[in-house]
Design a binder for this molecule. Structure first.
Ligand code: AMP
Length: 178
């Protein structure tokens, strides 16, 4: 199945603040053809690769990771903002532009040597995924690949996330609306 995914991504200038072009994936979720195209494309890419589990970042990452995990028959591991998970957690702090953030995972989700695909809806600077990869690795997991539905490579996420291979379904090479 081929589909022009760009046509299903709403571009919102100056959101959430002036100067940011926001790539809104809720318009993919509201279009069953586009949503299922994304999940099937992910299964096509990773179906034959050695992946034991998928870990996704709150909140939009969960939406793509959940149907993917079911289609693949693999565990879904949730990476959440601090304070949301009830069990024993591992956590990692990381820097945002003007503040610090902290993410957590359940420790019992991480088995040493488990190969975990790390996923988010959109990869911008890669800062969040970099922290998430550190969290998974601190728990003994291996992160062989990172996936984003949308990639903004001009924000240099490839450098931030090197040497882990990164796959996206669509990339935007500048901050302008096409
Ligand atoms: P980053 O850590 O910079 O790669 O981005 C962190 C999160 O912010 C990602 O999970 C995205 O969901 C969201 N995000 C960052 N920039 C944008 C953007 N221009 N449009 C939509 N979402 C964004």
């Amino acid at each position: 199945m081929t589909l022009n995914l760009d046509g299903y991504i709403r571009k919102v200038p100056n959101f959430p603040k002036k100067g940011i072009l926001f790539y809104d994936i809720t318009s993919i979720l509201a279009a069953p053809r586009a949503f299922s195209y994304c999940i099937e494309a992910m299964v096509d890419i990773y179906g034959s690769r050695e992946i034991d589990a998928v870990a996704a970042i709150e909140a939009r990452g969960f939406v793509f990771a959940a149907p993917f995990a079911v289609r693949m028959g693999i565990p879904l591991l949730l990476i959440r903002k601090k304070g949301k998970l009830p069990g024993i957690t591992l956590s990692k702090k990381y820097d945002l532009e003007y503040a610090q953030a902290e993410i957590e995972m359940h420790q019992e989700d991480l088995t040493p040597g488990k190969r975990v695909l790390l996923l988010d809806d959109l990869i911008a600077t890669g800062g969040t995924l970099n922290a998430a990869r550190g969290l998974l690795e601190a728990g003994g997991a291996v992160v062989p690949e990172i996936f984003g539905v949308v990639g903004l490579p001009f924000l240099k996420y490839e450098q931030a996330l090197a040497p882990t291979p990164i796959t996206t379904l669509i990339r935007y090479d500048s901050e302008s609306v096409s």
